[in-house]
Design a protein. Structure first.
Length: 128
């Protein structure tokens, strides 16, 4: 693996201004993954298998939880949002009540939050 460090500018609109040589080398890449490590941004090509959705959408908890390869690479999310189940479970594990979570995410219903908790409990039983 070749590691190359290049200083790039960040435009006012939040886009990266890449030097022409880097743009040419990335021209054939359909998608790039951007990861922040400290003050650095790491650009890497997205693996081909991530860009080819299987087309298989799976619904759980009466459709309140969704796994879709086109949404967050198939991470289980609250249906109609991009909020991962693990985020809601993290709040619950930290001691937040359903009402406190609803204050953080006012567009979520109590049923969606409870579905995330049920989904997580069910998955935990299946892995043990």
């Amino acid at each position: 693996m070749v590691i190359r460090t290049t200083v790039v500018e960040l435009a006012r609109d939040g886009t990266l201004r890449l030097p022409p040589a880097i743009r040419r080398s990335l021209r054939k890449q359909n998608r790039l993954s951007v990861t922040r490590i400290g003050t650095s941004l790491v650009l890497a090509p997205v693996p081909e298998k991530w860009t080819q959705p299987s087309g298989r959408v799976i619904k759980y908890q009466n459709g309140l939880i969704l796994r879709d390869p086109k949404v967050m690479f198939g991470t289980p999310v609250i249906a109609g949002t991009r909020i991962p189940v693990r985020t809601i479970v993290g709040y619950l594990d930290s001691g937040y009540s359903v009402n406190q979570i609803r204050k953080e995410f006012p567009f979520l219903t109590a049923a969606q939050i409870e579905a995330a908790a049920r989904y997580n409990r069910k998955r935990a039983r299946q892995t043990h």
